[in-house]
Design a protein around this ligand. Sequence first.
Ligand code: ZN
Length: 319
Amino acid sequence: MNKKYVIGVDLGGTKILTAIADMEGKILNRVRVDTGADEPAENVIGRIIKTVNEVMEQVGATKDEVLRIGVGSPGPLDIEKGVVLFSPNLKWHNVPIVSMMEEELGLPVVLENDANAAALAEYTFGAGKGAEHMIYMTISTGIGGGVIINGQLLHGVGSAAGELGHHTIIPDGPQCGCGNYGCLEALASGTALGRYGREAVLSGEETLMREMVNSPEKVDGSVVTRAAEAGDKVALEIVDRVATYIGIGIANMINIFNPAKVVLGGGVIKAGHLFYDKILKTVEERALEAPRKQCEIVFAELGSDVGVLGAIAVALKDK
Ligand SMILES: [Zn+2]
């Protein structure tokens, strides 16, 4: 029977977003529910299954018409075995999500790391379209991403490749969530942006950021970017510093992978125009000339749908 649909599940620590799409990846219907990560994994997976049944009902899809379900999940994962090995956000240890869903639904399920899925989404539907060699970097609370080589996601031997936030930029820099020191994520994430802002306010620097919050502890990444947008000198210096680190990270990626495009996404990049010129300048100063000239640095296009579109792209792969 001809397959007409795929289903994508964007599994996050707070929300589950499930959508059914046609074979071109056009979303036909979607359902969003709370993850309820405090409950046991079986309950969360029960809710996922309910959303899958709901989106199928809404478009009148039968199981025979559904090619596959793609699931984008926080990791680390064992993609081959379909297991979420560990997820602090979901509070999961060794949850065999693929077999649990397949048993209940009778449909094939494929699992992918959420950042990799987002990379595949931008490659398939967004800013990376047509770039067979592409790097996707997402900068929000943390820094993650995915690497596309020859039109395929790079997984590495244990599906752990593409951790673009965890390479050392400054050997004795601040400690990163991963335990290492001076990772790109520790220096240039939205969390780091907020930390620099708090440090500036607490050290008594004259800045708009002080008036924007009740107490210095309230300064976060968005306070810094809003102050920078208003022309605050201290905030602009912070943005400049973060853009330099991001530029160094991208220059490293360009030298190692020779991509046609680097696609930048995530919450911090919503204020991307503040960072862009300095990122370009840093890349120009630091990347090798030949691969730099072959690479375009662009902003992501898919916005908040990138997660669920990633799961759909995973389901459509090798259709
Ligand atoms: Zn790290």
